[in-house]
Design a protein around this ligand. Structure first.
Ligand code: EPS
Length: 392
């Protein structure tokens, strides 16, 4: 089974990622991996930390001569900021006078629940692990999952469809969304310049007022055949797995598949995607075609051959320059929530992290269905199935 886990604190020495269960023979492109990490660091509204970090994944194992070898892949991502934190956050006891408490919990962050749960006098250790810095390690794993999917012709991309009240005003094609990944100025990762200008204005307002702003990103999976995932067991349904994977990202508060939200207020005749059939080579995978994709490529917990569409709804970052009311851990007196430095808007970055989570989730379901210890074996199984459904 494809599995990954991460370790590391936001201001510790390094993030660590461990990815196992991949077949041998997948070409691993270090520059693609680092470009994915770079994309996650971009976006209008990121804070001072991103001027310090320049993420790169140092691969320690599982890849030799440019290809996976089937064994677990271990990676480290050094935190450049560590040099400023060595005395504040040492592994050994160190000098307590140099430690830096997170003295009053930030509403919306993990601070209060975490300090209570782990019995810490302040929220420093909670912040360190709850921070979205961790998502860099997920992006490193996701980049390798993307390389696997790419060798089967499956692509994953994301764009921003809303920042605050500013919404993308038109439909986007997959080609437009995919092209965003090679943009030099990510700005707000929106395919439409006019909509993006309105989104930027929302970030500017938040910046000016010491506030933060959330939004919506959309991840699209293109080129996935029907039948990945299954309806037969609740914990193998691809829709449920995707929802969990994206919801697990820092600051995501809702996940929508296809037209999930507005479907709840519309009659079935306007929601479900009518099916047609044409002899000849019309559809990509089968001769069954759809005019619409309101289902977001998922029916019955399985892919249906249309693009997967997964939207993540991001709350505004909970570290505010004009902090909300809170309580001092030490005195229990009313005070303002702690503030160090923070981002104002992270919707494009969260979209990149969500691409990674989606790629890892789809790759796991693909490997479960098609199996194979080498890429050659996987591709043979995959192509055999594609030929089977084409002649269904
Ligand atoms: C974060 C706070 C900020 C963000 C950080 C997430 O970090 P710092 O407190 O060091 O300024 O920059 O995100 C990252 C470091 C990153 O790589 O995404 C938080 O508290 O969640």
């Amino acid at each position: 089974m494809l599995r990954f886990s991460t370790a590391g604190e936001s201001h510790g020495e390094s993030l660590v990622a461990l990815l196992s269960g991949l077949p041998s023979g997948i070409p691993v492109d270090q520059s693609f991996l680092d470009h994915e990490l770079w994309r996650r660091q971009q976006g209008y509204g990121r804070g001072g930390r991103m001027r310090i970090e320049r993420d790169t994944a140092h691969i320690l194992s599982g890849v030799r001569h440019g290809h996976t070898i089937g064994s677990p892949i271990a990676m480290t991502l050094a935190n450049k900021d560590w040099k400023n934190w060595e005395e504040i956050l040492p592994v050994a006891e160190g000098d307590p006078d140099k430690h830096k408490a997170v003295a009053s919990p930030r509403p919306g962050h993990a601070d209060l629940a975490g300090a209570l749960k782990y019995n810490f006098p302040d929220a420093r250790y909670i912040l360190e692990r709850a921070s979205a810095r961790e998502s860099a390690a997920r992006v490193a794993c996701g980049a390798i999952a993307k390389m696997l999917l790419r060798s089967l012709g499956i692509e994953v991309a994301s764009h921003v469809t809303r920042v605050g009240t500013a919404e993308l005003s038109r439909e986007a094609t997959f080609a437009e969304i995919a092209a965003l990944a090679s943009r030099e100025d990510v700005l707000l990762a929106c395919v439409d310049p006019e909509s993006e200008a309105r989104m930027k204005a929302e970030v500017d307002t938040a910046l000016r007022t010491g506030d933060t702003i959330g939004g919506i990103f959309e991840v699209v999976v293109h080129g996935l055949p029907p039948g990945v995932g299954t309806h037969v067991n609740w914990d193998e349904r691809l829709d449920g797995l995707l929802a969990q994977a994206v919801m697990s990202l820092q600051a995501v508060k809702a996940v929508e598949l296809g037209r999930g939200v507005t479907a709840a207020q519309s009659p079935g005749s306007q929601v479900h995607d009518a099916i047609s059939y044409a002899e000849g080579d019309t559809g990509t995978f089968t001769r069954f075609t759809r005019e619409h994709n309101n289902a977001g490529g998922l029916e019955g917990g399985m892919s249906n051959g249309e693009d997967l569409i997964i939207r993540g709804y991001l709350k505004p970052i909970s570290t505010l320059r004009r902090p909300l009311a809170s309580v001092s851990f030490a005195s229990r007196e009313a005070t303002k929530a702690s503030y160090e430095r923070s981002d104002v808007c992270v919707v494009p970055a969260a979209g990149v992290a969500a691409e990674a989570m989606v790629a890892l989730t789809v790759a796991r379901s693909v490997l479960e269905k098609f199996g194979g210890d080498s890429l050659l074996e996987l591709q043979r199984n995959y192509q055999g199935y594609c030929a089977q459904i084409k002649s269904f």
